[in-house]
Design a protein around this ligand. Structure first.
Ligand code: ZN
Length: 585
C-alpha cells in the first residue's frame, strides 16, 4: 500500500485542473470546468471537473468519474500503482520505497518480455528453412526483405508446441503464456495459439510488442487471427503501425483496413498509414487518431463491406475535430492493388483529391433514392436537409446547400429554412436532455446503473446512495452510524465497498476525500462515488434524515421463502408496508 502521507503530497503536486487539461480542453463555468468527454463521443460537453472542495471529475454522459488518479487510470489504461507512479514522475516526486508493486504490473512486464521473445522466435522461423512457404507468400505480395525486417514479420510453424516449447526453455511459465494469449489451454495441457501462419507483431507507441496478428497459409481456420485482450493489449484501443506513422508528425493519417494494406502502403512511401486490428474502427481508436492528426483519409476496400465500414468511421470522426476524406479507389479492390496497378504517384493524387466525408455521405443518400422521380428527389432532399442540420459550421453548410440547390434546380432558401427548422428542434431536445441529466439522483431511477440490485430492492439502494452522499457532505454525522449500520446491510456490493472505504477514513478522523478512497475502490466504483458527489451537491441533507435512510437500508424486502411461511393476511400486510416504504423514499 502506498502511504497516505505520500498521496497527500501527490494531491498537492497534481492539480486536477492542470492534469485533466493536458488531455481535455476545459472551459470554466463558475465553479465548474466543462469539456468534451474523452471517454465517450459527444458534441455537447457533459464532462465536468469540480475544483472546489472535493476535487473530482464526473461525466453525465457515460458516468465515468473519480479523482485525479482514477482519471489517469482510465485515460492511460493503468493499474492504481502505475497511475500513482506516472503522476509522481510528472510532479518530480520520488515514489516511496515501500510502495509494494501489486502483482499486475509485474505480470505486465513479464508478458511484454514474453512477447518480445516470441516475436524473435517467429522472425527466426520465417528466415530459416521452416519459413520457406511463408517467404514465398510474402514475396508474392511484393514485400521486400527490408519491409519484412522493419515490420518484424514472422512465421509460426504448423506445430502444437513450437513456440510454447521455446518459451518454456527460456523460463516462461504456462500461466504467463496463457496470460499473453500466445497459448491456449487444451485438455492435455497448453498448445500454440498460432500455427502455420504469417505473424504480424503489434507494437504499442513505446515500441513494446503487445500482441500478434496471424494470417493463415492454408484454408484451415480463419484467414486472420488476432491476439485476444491481455493485460498489455486491448484490440479496440490499438492501431496497427501507429508507432511508425506517428514519427512523421503527420498532419494526415491514412486509415487502411488490414495489416497487408498498411505494410504495402508503407513500402510505397505512405508511412502515415495505420489500420484497425481485424475489427471495425472503434470510438477509442478514432480518438487516438485525433490525438496525432488533424485529418484522416480513409482508404478502405472499394466494395460493399469496405464502404459501410467507411461510413461508420465517418460517423465516429464527425464527433471529433478531425477532417475526414474518403479515397475513391476505382479500378482496384484495395489500396495495395491500386498502387500495383497504377503506381504510387497516382495514389498520391487520389489522396489529394479525396472526396470529403460529406460528399461521400451525400452520394450515399442519393444512391439510396430513385433520383429520376419527383418522389425520390423529394425524399433525398429531406434526407439531405437532415444531414445538413448536423453540420455546425455555417459556411460549410452554405456551400453544400448552394451546390445541391444548383444541381437539382431547387430553391436554396427553401432548403435553408427546412435545415434551420430541424436544427432548432434538435437543439431544444439536447437542452432538455442535459437538464434531465442534472436532476439530483434521488429522483432518477438507479436501476440502469446498478444492475446488481433487484427492482424490489430499489428503495434501499436509493437510501444507500443518499446516506453515502450525506456522509461525504457531513462527515460529522458519522458518530451515529457505527452502532446502527454495517456494510452488510447494503444491497449493492458497490455501495457497500464505498461505504466501507469512507468509514475507514472517518475512523482515522480523516475527512473522506476521493483521492484517498481511490486506493480501495475500482474505477467503476469511483464513477458511482463521483456521481453521488456531483448530483448530491444540489441536495442539502438534514441530520433527521439519517435515521430514515438507515431504516430504509435495513428493511430488506421479505424473501420468497419467508413469504411462504406467512399467513395470507400477514403477507398482504408486509406487501402494503413495503410499498409504502418505497413510495416514501
Ligand atoms: Zn463521458
Amino acid at each position: 500500500m502506498i502511504p497516505e502521507s505520500f498521496i497527500e503530497r501527490l494531491k498537492d503536486a497534481s492539480d486536477i485542473e492542470e492534469t485533466i487539461s493536458s488531455y481535455v480542453p476545459l472551459k470554466r463555468f463558475g465553479r465548474l470546468l466543462k469539456g468534451l468527454c474523452p471517454f465517450h463521443s459527444e458534441k455537447t460537453p457533459s464532462f465536468t471537473v469540480y475544483t472546489d472542495g472535493q476535487q473530482h471529475f464526473y461525466c453525465f454522459g457515460c458516468q465515468k468519474g473519480g479523482d485525479v488518479i482514477t482519471f489517469i487510470r482510465e485515460i492511460e489504461n493503468l493499474e492504481y500503482v502505475e497511475a500513482v507512479r506516472l503522476l509522481a514522475q510528472r510532479a518530480g516526486l520520488p515514489m516511496p520505497e515501500d510502495a509494494a508493486d501489486d502483482g499486475t504490473s509485474r505480470l505486465k512486464a513479464r508478458v511484454l518480455e514474453l512477447n518480445r521473445t516470441a516475436a524473435r522466435f517467429f522472425h527466426q522461423c520465417l528466415i530459416d528453412e521452416r519459413g520457406k512457404d511463408a517467404r514465398v507468400y510474402l514475396a508474392g505480395r511484393g514485400l521486400s526483405r527490408r519491409t519484412v525486417r522493419n515490420f518484424g514479420l514472422g512465421f509460426a510453424p504448423d506445430s502444437w508446441d513450437a513456440l510454447t516449447g521455446h518459451l518454456a526453455s527460456k523460463g516462461f511459465t504456462q500461466e504467463e503464456m496463457l496470460a499473453a494469449a500466445v497459448a491456449s489451454q487444451g485438455r492435455r495441457g497448453i498448445y500454440d495459439q498460432f500455427r502455420g501462419r504469417v505473424i504480424f507483431p503489434i507494437l504499442d507507441l513505446r515500441g513494446n510488442v503487445v500482441g500478434f496478428g496471424g494470417r493463415a497459409m492454408s484454408d484451415r481456420g480463419p484467414k486472420y487471427l488476432n491476439s485476444g485482450d491481455t493485460p498489455v493489449f486491448k484490440k479496440s484501443r490499438h492501431l496497427y503501425a501507429l508507432n511508425f506513422a506517428k514519427d512523421d508528425g503527420p498532419d494526415k493519417l491514412l486509415l487502411a483496413e488490414g495489416y497487408m494494406d498498411v505494410i504495402a502502403l508503407h513500402q510505397a512511401g505512405f508511412t502515415n498509414a495505420v489500420a484497425t486490428l481485424g475489427t471495425a474502427l472503434t470510438a477509442d481508436q478514432a480518438r487516438l487518431i485525433s490525438q496525432y492528426a488533424k485529418s484522416v483519409a480513409i482508404a478502405y476496400d472499394s466494395y460493399g463491406a469496405g464502404q459501410n465500414a467507411a461510413r461508420r468511421a465517418i460517423n465516429l470522426f464527425s464527433q471529433l475535430e478531425v477532417q475526414v476524406s474518403v479515397l475513391d479507389i476505382q479500378g482496384a479492390k484495395d489500396p495495395d492493388d491500386y498502387i500495383k496497378a497504377f503506381g504510387a504517384h497516382r495514389f498520391q493524387n487520389l489522396i489529394d483529391s479525396g472526396k470529403s466525408a460529406l460528399s461521400f455521405e451525400i452520394d450515399k443518400l442519393k444512391s439510396a433514392r430513385d433520383m429520376e422521380t419527383p418522389e425520390g428527389k423529394t425524399a433525398f432532399l429531406n434526407d439531405f436537409c437532415r444531414l445538413m442540420a448536423t453540420i455546425s459550421s455555417d459556411i460549410q453548410r452554405d456551400v453544400y446547400l448552394s451546390e445541391i440547390a444548383r444541381e437539382l434546380e431547387v430553391d436554396k432558401e427553401r432548403l435553408k429554412t427546412t435545415t434551420e427548422a430541424i436544427r432548432k428542434k434538435r437543439a431544444g431536445t439536447a437542452k432538455r436532455r442535459q437538464a434531465h441529466n442534472l436532476k439530483p439522483f434521488v429522483q432518477d431511477n438507479p436501476a440502469g446503473k446498478s444492475p446488481m440490485v433487484k427492482p424490489e430492492e430499489l428503495g434501499s439502494a436509493v437510501a444507500e446512495r443518499s446516506l453515502i452522499a450525506m456522509l461525504m457532505q457531513n462527515p460529522d454525522y458519522y458518530d451515529d452510524i457505527p452502532s446502527k449500520l454495517t456494510d452488510e446491510d447494503f444491497v449493492s456490493s458497490d455501495h457497500a465497498a464505498i461505504f466501507r472505504a469512507i468509514c475507514a477514513q472517518l475512523e482515522h478522523h480523516r475527512i473522506p476525500d476521493p483521492i484517498y478512497l481511490s486506493a480501495y475502490l475500482s474505477t467503476a466504483q469511483m464513477g458511482i462515488l463521483s456521481q453521488m458527489l456531483a448530483t448530491g451537491k444540489e441536495v442539502a441533507y438534514k441530520r433527521e434524515q439519517l435515521d430514515e435512510f438507515i431504516q430504509a437500508i435495513k428493511q430488506k424486502p421479505t424473501s420468497r421463502e419467508e413469504m411462504a411461511q406467512l399467513s395470507p393476511q400477514e403477507a398482504y400486510q408486509r406487501a402494503l408496508e413495503s410499498r409504502k416504504r418505497r413510495s416514501s423514499t
